[in-house]
Design a protein around this ligand. Sequence first.
Ligand SMILES: Nc1ncnc2c1ncn2[C@@H]1O[C@H](COP(=O)(O)OP(=O)(O)OP(=O)(O)O)[C@@H](O)[C@H]1O
Length: 364
Amino acid sequence: MRSLTLRVSDRATSVLGVADDPAIAFEHVSKSYASDRGRGESGAAVDDLSLAVRPHEVLVLVGPSGCGKSTTLRMANRLVEPTSGRIMLEGEDVTTVDPVGLRRRMGYVIQNVGLFPHRTVAQNVATVPGLVGWDRKRTAARVEELLDLVGLDPDRYARRFPHELSGGERQRVGVARALATDPPVLLMDEPFGAVDPVGRRRLQNEFARIQRTLGITVMLVTHDIDEAVRMADRVAVLSTGAHIEQLASPLDIVARPATPAVADLVGRGRTARLLALGRLELADLDPVDDAARGASLAVGVELGDVLDALVGVDGPLPVQDERGLVVGSATAATVVRALDRLTERAEETDATADADAAVGTLRR
Ligand SMILES: Nc1ncnc2c1ncn2[C@@H]1O[C@H](COP(=O)(O)OP(=O)(O)OP(=O)(O)O)[C@@H](O)[C@H]1O
């Protein structure tokens, strides 16, 4: 783990070296498949998409089936060639980079992974190091390090074959394989889609930890808005033709959908999602109340946890700051006030969303 961390700082320096260049930039990119011809003017799978992925962020593309998410992702590593427009990787036009070299700089994880069935876990993870000519010792050390990183004990798993793994374990091997040559960018297409809901949640959490450890830039595609808001630093909600309906933080997407299509996607679970995303702040609190008894809450706790703590309690609960001082009290009304604050704040941040949209002339 230590050596991985060191590599992160190396990478941070190299990324910072190119100022604030996006890690990946789509500039007026369109893709029409042969079958799109005859669909009319706006029938392209991706229609004039401009979007910048910032270094070290997790940018999630979410939207309905067929809106062009996978096509967008696959254009980044040239599994699909754009019909027009330009895609830049750390300031370099991807069409000028040999596709094989390009894919070594961009890990790729898909649903159902596509592990080689007759190769062991270790051999699967070692695929790319083998292709690029690493020696056995270096490869073996890397495989062990990566299996540890994705939570698979090398002694137990390295010699197994894919059919001897659960769906979640296979997906972890896929992530390890994609990270083998330490790419600065990881593209993920429905990476947890084939895993049951509980395993999926666990994988999401573990992947978030891995992403933070490595500082890797991630572009992730999902049709699941909950996955999007849980995983993302920023969410791009797409509609047909990969048209950007809204590009914003998860909280802004949920608290203040910019268009009916986003509102539709966020849907009826909106309040539940806000409770998970929002945190209790000092400004939400009721005054210190001598009648407040019971387990103290802390400023900064998730709003959903505040509600949980209030269930079955008669009267307010005391709230402490990080030094342990009681700074106020909380009731259900506190939570409602916090939800109001979140939706108001999202209105204020519309200006930020506009600025995002303008980054590098990135929107029509
Ligand atoms: N190889 C292809 N040939 C022709 N048309 C294609 C091809 N791949 C995708 N399309 C079409 O392009 C459009 C966008 O597809 P894409 O797979 O990018 O969407 P998506 O948002 O990833 O969908 P899903 O969530 O269902 O995977 C769809 O209308 C699809 O039918």
